[in-house]
Unconditional design. Sequence first.
Length: 165
Amino acid sequence: MTNVAERPKIRLPSDLSYSFEWPKTGDEEKDAVLADTEQFIKAVDMAIAEQDPLDKAYRFYSEGEAAAGSQRFIQEFVDYKDRITGTKRYFDAKVKINADGTAGLVYCEDQTKAYNKSLKTGMTDVDTPSSDSYVLYRSLLRTGEQGVWITEKLTSQRGSAECRP
């Protein structure tokens, strides 16, 4: 399926970077799920940086429970006047295309080099890495009208043994 959608532009702070350690699978659909999930992750972080819990970019890549959960997550950062800085690492992605055309994706995040930065003071809250720095995500996606993989459900498990070294 060719992705010809008019995708939102994602602009992130220069002090925020990503390491997506999930190589191409060779399967066009699975690779599209991974690529659109990368954009969803970045779009949520852009909404946090711009302090906009209703930003259209993350809502382009999510609907339903996932969009509502993302909005609450972004709102927490807005309430605290914080954003994310540092490097976020994503790895160990497993994609499954289901018989009904949906996709399941399980992946890990390493937050040991990602921190909260206060927009009021400019100070970065550097935490000591712990087991809570590793998060396991499970998502359910479907293709939208424009051929984009949209995250509909997303759960996270902080401190997951599956994701810790």
